[in-house]
Design a protein around this ligand. Structure first.
Ligand code: H2U
Ligand code: ZN
Length: 338
């Protein structure tokens, strides 16, 4: 008899159409590889060296105002710029390049250097949600911009340049790869079944329960059936919404609450400020309605078995397909218990 808890198998990611290899029996293997440095000790409330703290100087000579809640500024090292001339290069369909206009901003969640989503007050996180909505709408209304990606790199392990609570917003005119895969799968689903894929998926997760991590009246958080990262989670709105701009007043509070719940569980898992990359997937801002899109957030945390041992995406992952050891159900059970 095949044992889904123990025997190797692959699972389909319905959102991207890609497969992930699950090898639960490998969790027992020893580790003599790289050990990550322990996260630095507690941070001060204000760091005179921090380029995100209120009143401090940034690179390029700008100075932050003495802000009191959230603060948005144009990224001084923007990866994309609006004033990019149109250009296209194509040599025999093999060497193909295109100019790409865009807008990049940084959003500070709080003036306090030492806070994180997990330990911010829910009312203050709600102000962050409001700022996300405002940015999504404002940047998305630019005719040159068709996709707005809001994402947070948390922790040095995930490449965050600074512990000060902040996220980035990168927006551009074409659909980025990950978004494009999710759009194709959601659109095909809607075409075939006349329904929203993530509405149906969330219902299955709620009724099965084995991968649920947390929930409130507006959102559910689960380790997705097809999770790649050991403690990956996905936060999905209960109501069918194509974008963050359709959240009701109550749902904005609900989003703040679920984000705090999920990140607080993460922090309790290994007793450290948990590193991750998180971000929102939602409808492109190309003016179309996009009923196939269902607002959700992905959390991709790198830690595997302790605060100092991380998952590497190398070898088989780089050359073949992503692979995980601990099952999504086992990961969800641990997060649920915290
Ligand atoms: P990360 O921690 O996710 O790298 O985000 C920090 C961003 O802040 C990064 O994109 C920008 C970097 O370009 N930045 C400024 O815009 N001004 C500065 O003075 C330093 C960093
Ligand atoms: Zn700071």
């Amino acid at each position: 008899m095949f044992d889904w808890k123990q025997d190797p198998h692959r699972r389909l990611n319905a959102l991207t159409g890609e497969w992930v290899l699950v090898s639960p029996h490998r969790t027992q293997r020893p580790w003599l590889g790289q050990v990550e440095p322990q996260a630095p000790a507690a941070q001060p409330e204000y760091d005179p060296e921090c380029y995100l703290c209120p009143g401090n100087a940034r690179a390029g000579g700008m100075r932050n105002p003495g802000y009191a809640s959230t603060f948005v500024f144009e990224n001084d090292f923007a990866a994309l710029k609006l004033a990019t001339p149109v250009a296209r290069f194509d040599r025999d369909g093999l060497l193909v390049a295109e100019s790409e206009p865009g807008i990049c901003r940084v959003l500070c969640f709080s003036p306090r250097h030492n806070l994180t989503m997990a330990n911010m007050a829910t009312a203050d996180l709600r102000l962050v949600v409001d700022a996300w909505v405002e940015q999504y709408v404002e940047i998305g209304s630019n005719p040159a911009i068709n996709y707005v990606l809001i994402f947070e790199n948390r922790g040095a392990m995930m490449g965050a340049s600074n512990p000060h609570p902040h996220c980035q917003i990168w927006s551009n005119s074409t659909l980025p790869n990950e978004v494009s895969k999710e759009q194709a799968c959601q659109a095909a689903w809607r075409e075939r079944r006349g329904n929203c894929m993530l509405c149906e998926y969330a219902e299955i997760e709620i009724s099965e329960g084995s991968r649920l991590v947390d929930e409130n009246q507006d959102f559910v958080a689960m380790v997705p059936f097809w999770a790649v990262w050991p403690f990956e989670t996905m936060v999905v709105s209960r109501r069918h919404l194509s974008g963050i701009d359709s959240l009701s007043d109550g749902e904005r509070d609900g989003l703040a609450d679920i984000l705090k719940r999920v990140t607080a569980r993460y922090d309790r898992l290994f007793g450290v400020s948990f590193p991750y990359t998180m971000g929102f997937h939602q409808r492109p801002t190309d003016g179309a309605e996009h009923p196939e899109w269902h607002l959700h957030a992905h959390f991709y945390p790198p830690l595997l078995r302790s605060a100092t041992v991380r998952k590497f995406m190398v070898g088989y992952e780089m050359l073949a397909a992503p692979q995980r050891d601990i099952t999504p159900e086992a990961a969800a059970e641990r997060l649920r218990a915290l």
